[in-house]
Design a protein around this ligand. Structure first.
Ligand code: COA
Length: 258
């Protein structure tokens, strides 16, 4: 049984809650291992269409990597702690959509985890930042790569080089989050979004995410060809035939995920 996370279900949505509120849900090695194990199970669970990640308590989503684990570490110890598979990359390439439900401080590795998700919904009380520079460090969970892709190089430089925190409204303005909602509506609004996505064909959602994620690594000409091939591959699925027939017959589609 995991000790640092909770996993619960709401229909076809699984919610992983990092459960160390007294440490502002800092990402210890145990947290990372337990989230990876949970994702490993959820990946093969056909009853789950979407995963939501959040933090326990009122104060923090995740306040970063657990700084207490850094003290006294050698570079090789740190390299071992950052061994593959890395949580950030597993989430980005997870075959089902992952939504960050950002309920408070979203800092350092927490911000990097949120950026590895496919969508980010933030409470209006959330605060964001990459404060590693204040520790004599740089972001190490993909932040120097994912942040500029989301917000542009200039904002990424500002946040990374100053370590300053920004509020939810500014995070939305620069493209770090997609939605900001009143704090007490965070769960309802996030679940509404998650349930909507989870009601689509899981097979088609998986292919759509794969094609969108390819845009991060492929030049546009190759990405367009890749998308064309995935689009054509959809013609082999029962769900594509069902979706098209349902439209033509003016009824709701019933997906089988095949
Ligand atoms: N790693 C380990 N412990 C952390 C932590 C982290 N990233 N962030 C917070 N905590 C712990 C604190 O040490 C404290 O523990 P304690 O009660 O045993 O002393 C507890 O969580 C509460 O944090 P506290 O600092 O007292 O809360 P605050 O409201 O005064 O400040 C923050 C909130 C987020 C501004 C502050 O906790 C902070 O700066 N955290 C570190 C953020 C960071 O640098 N992240 C990047 C890490 S690479």
């Amino acid at each position: 049984m995991p000790e640092t996370i909770l996993v619960d279900r709401d229909g076809r949505v699984a919610v992983i809650t990092i459960n160390r509120p007294d440490k502002l849900n800092a990402l210890s090695q145990q947290v990372r291992d337990e989230v990876l194990a949970a994702l490993g199970e959820l990946e093969h669970d056909d009853a789950v269409g979407v995963v939501v990640v959040t933090g326990a308590g009122e104060k923090a989503f995740i306040a970063g990597a657990d700084i207490s684990e850094f003290a006294g570490r050698s570079p090789l110890d740190q390299r071992e702690a950052m061994r593959f598979p890395r949580l950030y990359d597993v989430m980005a390439s997870f075959p089902k959509p992952v939504i960050a439900m950002i309920n408070g401080f979203c800092l350092g590795g927490g911000c990097e985890l949120a950026m590895s998700c496919d969508l980010r919904v933030a409470s209006d009380k959330a605060r964001f930042g990459q404060p590693e520079i204040k520790l004599g460090l740089i972001p190490g969970g993909g932040g120097t790569q994912r942040l500029p892709r989301l917000v542009g190089l200039g904002h990424a430089m500002r946040l990374t080089l100053t370590g300053d925190m920004i509020g939810a409204a500014e995070a939305k303005e620069i493209g770090l989050v997609e939605m900001v909602v009143p704090h007490d509506e965070l769960r309802a609004k996030t679940m509404e979004l998650a349930q909507k996505i989870a009601s689509m064909s899981p097979l088609t959602v998986k292919v759509a995410k794969e094609s969108l994620r390819a845009s991060e690594r492929l030049p546009i000409d190759q990405g367009i060809v890749y998308e064309r091939d995935l689009f054509c591959l959809c013609f082999s699925t029962d769900d594509m035939k069902e979706g098209v027939n349902a439209f033509l017959e003016k009824r709701a589609a019933s997906w089988t995920g095949r």
